[in-house]
Every structure is written in C-alpha cells, then in structure tokens.
Ligand binder design. Structure first.
Ligand code: NAD
Ligand code: USQ
Length: 383
C-alpha cells in the first residue's frame, strides 16, 4: 500500500517508516524538521547522533534497496500538504507529526499556543486533504493514553456504555488530560470523530502509552539509521530517561511519590501496532479507537527495575523523589483495556531484564554526549 508517514523524521515515525518500507509498503515521509529546530532552541540534543533525514533515507536505500519518498514541509500549510497528497496518492496516512512534549506545552503561553495550533491545525488540514481528494484514505492518527487522565474506574478503548435515568448509550469515554499537549490530542480526537460522522472518513485513533527503547531491526542495522533517544527534562520520557540517568550516575528523577501509573510499550511494538491498524482499516465513517500499550507500571516501580538492572551491571543507581513539577495524582487507580490490538495479532515485547540491559548498555555507549545540566526538570505546571 502507498503510505504517507507524517512526522517520519521523529522517534516513532522514523522507526515506523523503515518498518513499513521493509514490509513492502511504498512509503513517503512528510516532516517539517521542526523537532530538530525545537531541540536547538532549547539547547538539548538526542543521546544518539542522528543523521540528516536525506542521509538517513539514502542509507536506507543502500541497505535495503527500497526507496522512501521525502517531502520537507509543514502540514499546517494546506497547499503544501494537499500537493503532497496528490503526488503520493496514499491509501493510508500515519500521522505522528505533532509537538508531543507535555512540559514543552507548559513552558508559557507561547508554547501552549504553538503546541495547540501546530497539532490541531495540522490534523484538521489532514482531514480536509482526505475529504477533498482521497475520501477512501485511512487515517491512522497517534493519540495518547493521557487523553483519559486517571479516572477511578476502568478505562475502555475510546467508548463507554452508560445507563442514565433509565436510558442507555455508548458514548466517547470521558477525557481528563493533564497538560496543554495532552489536551491538543483530545481536540484532535473530537475533530477526527466529527469528520468521520459528517464526511464518512475512516480513521483509527491509536491512544499510545509512553514508548521506551531505541532499537528496531531496521534502525539498528546501520549507524546512519540510528533513531533519536531523548533524555532531557522536556522531551525525555520516564523509562528512557531513567536508563540514561543511571548510565551517567545521575540519581533517577522520580517526580513526587512515584505512584503515578502509566501505560507503556516497546518501540518495536509501536511499529507493529501501526502496521496492524493499516492492514485492518476502519470502515468508512468509523472512528475507531485502540489503546496502544502492552503493560502498566508505576514510575517508582520502573525506577526500582532500573536500579536492579544497574546493580547487575555493577552500576550503583540512586533514586531521588523530587518535588513534582507537574500537577497530577501521585497515588491513584489505573486499569486500562488494551484488547483490540492483541486480538488483531499483536505479540507484545514485554519489558524484560534483557531490554533494560540493552538500553543501559546503549546509554553507556553514548554517555559522553550527555549534558547533565539538561536532566533535571525545569518546567513547572504551577503559576
Ligand atoms: P517526535 O518529536 O520524535 O517526532 C515528531 C515529528 O513530527 C518530528 O520529526 C517533527 O519534526 C514532526 N512534526 C511536528 N509538527 C509537524 C508539522 N506541523 N508538520 C510536519 N512535521 C511535523 O515525537 P514522537 O515521540 O515520535 O511522537 C510521535 C507521535 O506519537 C506524536 O503525535 C506523539 O504525540 C505520539 N506519542 C508519542 C509517545 C512517546 O512516548 N514518544 C507516546 C504516545 C504518543
Ligand atoms: N516522570 C517522572 N520522572 C521523569 C519523567 C517523568 O516521575 O523524569 C513522571 C511524570 O510526572 C508522569 C509520568 O512519569 O507522571 C510520565 O511522564 P513522561 O514524561 O514519561 O510522559 P508524558 O509526559 O505523559 O508524555 C509521553 C510522551 C507523549 C505521550 C505520552 C503517553 O512525551 O507524547 O503522549 O507519553 S501517556 O503518558 O500515556 O499519555
């Protein structure tokens, strides 16, 4: 199938573009490279030395014999987006191309506005490009488990059946997101749902948990194909950060009590989940929601797992419970369903000692690139 991967220069997008290409799909990438720009603006850098996108794609062709198309531009520019749609004629669009950091969106008014404009306008443009020229194209959109927040009841996959005053209906699951970034994902979901209803668009919202790991078969096959791995206080995410902190002897930065429970998955499962969604398209007019994660962990449990893995490698790892820079529950119920992707054939890579070892070793290999002044969180949710 012809697949357009928006955000294909990023962490999830690059791994997915290569995976889909290796599986025989005809892949084209759109990316504005704005993420590289945001890193420069904040003075942060991925742990890994990533090659320029053009070099990455050339090398992929050298390694695999497969071509990936490249369109550098911003999807908030509708003329650009629609001209790429007409060149590529996609059967599916995988949309990763958003500002995805919660702390970035909470820096100040400008960053909140930039996040919501970038994400909401970009997704609206994608919906219009589908509606205007390719009404049969399946939109596979990356959402987030954080759209649901931490309700005191089980989290269903997108919808919940409610009985109220003797009547019953199946309704979108309530959303209680915890940052202006997570809110932008909720706004996207509402816009996509509406477009499915009024125009008959077919869409899958993949409510993904926190992704960890760096190697996939394809990105690990050549040093020019290496993926990004963020560790800084703005773009770095929990488990990846903890492994990199351990590698440089920095105490693990657990925010508050660490009882925050989140959904997690290995990046090797991210790429597979997207493939499953593409191969099993939503029906015309259907707004389908899958919860995309494999396991639930509390942050303090993850810290202890990294501490233990460090010990077996002879690394002493301290855990530091920092004052929480975010406003969030630190002890709560969290039980989310994830049966849809499993029933379509996902075979999870569960978090293992071997994976932690390999991430820790990876971090040790590149530790000279780490700027320790970028590890502690600097963005506060409070006024
Ligand atoms: P990333 O920042 O590494 O990649 C995003 C890419 O999109 C970047 O290359 C960026 O340049 C591009 N982009 C952003 N805005 C764009 C625009 N307007 N036009 C064109 N390109 C644009 O992020 P990631 O970690 O790969 O996340 C990808 C998606 O998956 C995001 O939508 C994110 O919300 C979602 N997600 C990520 C995680 C995670 O743990 N990384 C977890 C759940 C969901
Ligand atoms: N946390 C720590 N210490 C850290 C980093 C984070 O205790 O050093 C805590 C946070 O307070 C939070 C949890 O870990 O409770 C997760 O934080 P995170 O930074 O790992 O992830 P989050 O901000 O939720 O965002 C990431 C991605 C985002 C994606 C989301 C999936 O950046 O794009 O949408 O994970 S989810 O969390 O399921 O919403």
């Amino acid at each position: 199938m012809k697949v357009l991967v928006i955000g294909g220069d990023g962490y999830c997008g690059w791994a997915t573009a290569l995976y889909l290409s290796s599986r025989g799909h005809e892949v084209a990438i759109i990316d504005s490279l704005v993420r590289r720009h945001w890193d420069n603006e904040l003075g942060v850098s991925t742990l890994t030395p990533i090659a320029p996108i053009q070099k990455r794609i050339d090398r992929w062709q050298g390694v695999s014999g497969k071509k990936i198309g490249l369109h550098v531009g911003d999807i908030t520019n509708y003329d650009f987006l629609s001209s790429v749609f007409r060149q590529v004629e996609p059967g599916a669009v995988v949309h990763f191309g958003e500002q995805r950091s919660a702390p970035f969106s909470m820096i100040d008014r400008e960053h909140a506005v930039a996040t919501q404009v970038n994400n909401v306008v970009g997704t609206l443009n994608v919906l219009y490009a589908i509606r205007n020229d390719f009404p049969d194209c399946h939109l596979v959109k990356l959402g987030t488990m954080g759209e649901y927040g931490t309700p005191n009841i089980d989290i269903e996959e997108g919808y919940i059946t409610i009985e109220h005053n003797g009547r019953k209906d199946t309704l979108p699951y309530p959303k209680q997101p915890g940052s202006f970034y997570h809110l932008s994902k909720v706004h996207d979901s509402h816009n996509i749902h509406f477009a499915c209803k009024i125009w008959g668009v077919r869409a899958t919202d993949l409510n993904q948990g926190v992704v960890y790991g760096v190697l996939t078969e394809e990105t690990g096959s050549d040093e020019y194909l290496i993926n990004r791995l963020d560790y800084d206080g703005v773009f770095g995410t929990a488990l990846n950060r903890f492994c990199i902190q351990a590698a440089v002897g920095h105490p693990l930065t657990v925010y508050g009590k660490g009882g925050q429970t989140r959904a997690f998955l290995d990046i090797r499962d991210t790429v597979r989940c997207v493939e499953i969604a593409i191969n099993n398209p939503a029906d015309a007019g259907e707004f389908r929601v899958f919860n995309q994660f494999t396991e639930l962990f509390s942050i303090i449990d993850l810290a202890h797992m990294v501490q233990k893995a460090g010990q077996t490698m002879g690394i002493k790892v301290e855990i530091n419970n920092l004052e929480n820079p975010r406003v969030e529950l630190e002890e709560h119920y969290f039980n989310a369903k994830n049966t849809s992707l499993l029933s379509l054939g996902l075979q999870p890579h569960l978090l293992s000692d071997a994976l932690l070892d390999s991430l820790l070793n990876f971090a040790v290999k590149y530790r000279d690139r780490i700027d320790q002044s970028q590890i502690l969180p600097k963005v506060s949710w409070r006024r």
